[in-house]
Design a protein around this ligand. Structure first.
Ligand code: C2E
Ligand code: MG
Ligand code: MG
Ligand code: MG
Length: 294
């Protein structure tokens, strides 16, 4: 194929020429889709878990399940790359959701057996899945199979996903609430949801996106916006979590603003279920919990 880059972009007319870059991107996508299907079928995907910590007690209140994929040929592929590809393939996405739900609930079960008090497990759900009929049944099946109480599961959805069809999203969230399953709005602040939407949504938690946290210690606007989010959370009786907390300085500002629940590399990186179990027994058994870098 000769290089005919940018002769006519699809948006500029009826023709579309692809350059080598486009071609290799399409090939990589195809290769990746096939490899992912195989990895899922052969159970070669992994889940890791990142604690969400209560600042004043050092206790872990929940753990977020995050998928990791290392392919023999493609190497390590980040969720940022493979999730959009999975989401383009509804059948695959559905299988993937079932796998994540089941494995996450099983992990929580493992921790339950090690701890006096249960720790919640957060599962990210793709936007497309939120509108699928069978999602609720899949959630019920995963809880049942792991013998987990619905209150122990937190379903994380993004703002982007919710606003695609707010009425249907509300219905799904209400079904979850009626079962006792918890809900969190992920990456809050990056979408376009208005406050009127937020009032309609049966949500338990708002997760403030990392992009706000990054500038927290140096930029007073970021600080004031974050303070505003906390006030919104208070008014709507929604718990607020800060994600991507990396520095002591960020943590200090967050606690000053009144944010109690934090998640980020400062506390813990995402790790395997068994390794996390050990952290949990230490953090949640000791009075005073653990501090960052402990
Ligand atoms: P997310 O749900 O917002 O997850 C948080 C991301 O931030 C994770 O990236 C996590 O590893 C990373 N992170 C946590 N603390 C820090 C920190 O202090 N600094 C920095 N720089 N990053 C931090 P990851 O695992 O690469 O996942 C990226 C996104 O991919 C997730 O964002 C989520 O939207 C999606 N994702 C991951 N696993 C799954 C899954 O099983 N299902 C679905 N549907 N989406 C997933
Ligand atoms: Mg998340
Ligand atoms: Mg997030
Ligand atoms: Mg994020």
């Amino acid at each position: 194929l000769s290089r005919r880059a940018n002769i006519a972009k699809p948006s500029q007319g009826g023709f579309s020429f692809y350059d080598e870059g486009d071609e290799s991107r399409v090939l990589r996508r195809d290769q990746m889709t096939r490899a992912f299907i195989e990895s899922l079928a052969q159970s070669r995907l992994n889940l890791v878990f990142q604690p969400i910590v209560s600042y004043s007690t050092g206790r872990v209140v929940a753990c977020e399940a995050l998928t990791r994929w290392e392919d023999s040929e493609l190497g390590t592929v980040s969720p940022g790359e493979f999730i959009p590809i999975v989401e383009d393939n509804p059948m695959l996405c559905q299988e993937f959701t079932r796998w994540v739900l089941l494995r996450a609930c099983q992990a929580a079960r493992v921790w339950n057996d090690m701890l006096d008090e249960p720790v919640r497990v957060n599962v990210n759900i793709s936007g497309t899945e939120l509108y699928r009929e069978g999602l609720i049944e899949d959630i019920d099946a995963a809880l049942m199979s792991a013998g987990l109480a619905p209150e122990q599961l937190v379903i994380e959805v993004t703002e982007q996903a919710l606003i695609q069809s707010i009425d249907r999203a509300v219905k799904t969230l209400e079904k979850l609430r009626s079962r006792g399953v918890m809900t969190a709005l992920d990456d809050f602040g990056t979408g376009y949801s208005s406050l009127s939407y937020l009032r309609q949504l049966p949500l338990d938690t708002l997760k403030i996106d990392r992009s706000f946290i990054i500038d927290l210690a140096t930029d007073c606007t970021a600080r004031e916006v974050t303070r505003g989010i906390v006030n919104i959370g208070d008014a709507l009786k929604i718990n607020v979590v800060a994600e991507g907390v990396e520095t002591e300085a960020q943590q200090a500002v967050l606690s000053d603003i009144g944010i109690e629940h934090m998640q980020g590399y400062l506390w813990h990186r995402p790790i395997a279920c068994e390794a996390l179990g050990e952290i949990l027994t230490r953090a949640n058994a000791t009075i005073g919990g653990i501090r960052p870098d402990a």
